[in-house]
Unconditional design. Structure first.
Length: 290
């Protein structure tokens, strides 16, 4: 047993040991070049906290996923986010969903602070529509939707160019930021857990990895793995009517680091429900929509 453990440690360390001192130093530091000194925040009428995500850019690695100890990284391209937007600090909770929709479809209802789950892409869009129509939200000029995949990636990375939001590719640390299976400690959560209990990313977003996979706007055919010259991701009624598969990102409570990383993405029908799929919301206001 000890021999196998030592072999695994050697394998995991091989990639890092093969790097130059300069490369190792760069890998150990979270990029702060895009992190503003203070991010705008607000709490809406149902008690949901959102944080302002500034415009900027990030390096997209595309669809290819590699274990953290393998180098070099897949070739990427720069994606620009042209406008600022607000994003939920946490995934939508069961209490927040009930306030808007009048019901809680989730498996694992031990805490109202757990993320809502067993919601389809269609359910998530209906939640956003109803939240936008609430009198206090309309009066404040707030319009809610799912983020695009590229918006989600940009916000989840928060300046990091690595597989994990803490600024390096050390998969042994993923449980610091994610409710997920820990294969090193042989531990598996008993379903979803209350949001906001793990470490946030550099922009104050919790649970961008683990707990529940998160729906984004895009159809699978319009995902971010396309080149920067490709057409903007589609969330059109036509795409929805055709039943095109949508995208889920971030991994769930029953996944380990191989799915709970910033490159992981899966295709799912817009009607799919599961106890490890939920969502978080994007908000545009009268000040951000121009």
């Amino acid at each position: 047993m000890k021999l196998r453990l030592i072999s695994m440690i050697i394998l995991l360390s091989a990639g890092v040991m093969g790097l130059s001192a300069e490369e190792n130093k760069a890998r150990a530091i979270v990029s702060t070049t895009q992190t503003p000194p203070a991010l705008k925040r607000f709490t809406n009428s149902i008690g949901m906290e959102l944080v302002g995500i500034p415009s900027g850019s990030y390096l997209c690695y595309g669809r290819e996923i590699k274990p953290a100890f393998l180098f070099p990284k897949p070739k990427g391209f720069t994606v620009k986010i042209e406008r600022e937007f607000y994003l939920g600090v946490t995934e939508v909770t069961q209490a927040q969903y009930r306030k808007v929709m009048g019901a809680n479809p989730s498996a694992g209802k031990s805490s109202k602070y757990c993320p809502v789950n067993r919601v389809s892409w269609n359910d998530a869009l209906e939640f956003c529509r109803k939240l936008s129509e609430m009198p206090a939200e309309k009066a404040a000029g707030r319009a809610y939707s799912l983020p695009t995949e590229r918006e989600w990636q940009y916000a989840a990375r928060a300046g990091s160019e690595f597989l994990f939001p803490y600024g390096n590719d050390d998969e042994m640390r993923v449980s610091e930021v994610a409710v997920c299976r820990d294969i090193y400690a042989n531990a598996l959560p008993k379903g979803v857990q209350p949001v906001g209990k793990k470490n946030p990313n550099a922009w104050g977003l919790y649970d961008v990895l683990g707990n529940v996979w998160e729906w984004v706007q895009d159809s699978w055919s319009a995902g971010q793995d396309q080149s920067p010259s490709s057409v903007a991701p589609s969330s059109s009624a036509a795409a929805a009517e055709k039943g095109e598969n949508r995208i889920i990102v971030g991994g769930g409570w029953d996944n380990d680091f191989r799915m709970c990383n910033l490159a992981a993405r899966y295709s799912a029908p817009p009607t799919r429900v599961a106890d490890n799929i939920g969502f978080r919301v994007r908000c545009l206001t009268s000040l951000t929509s121009h």
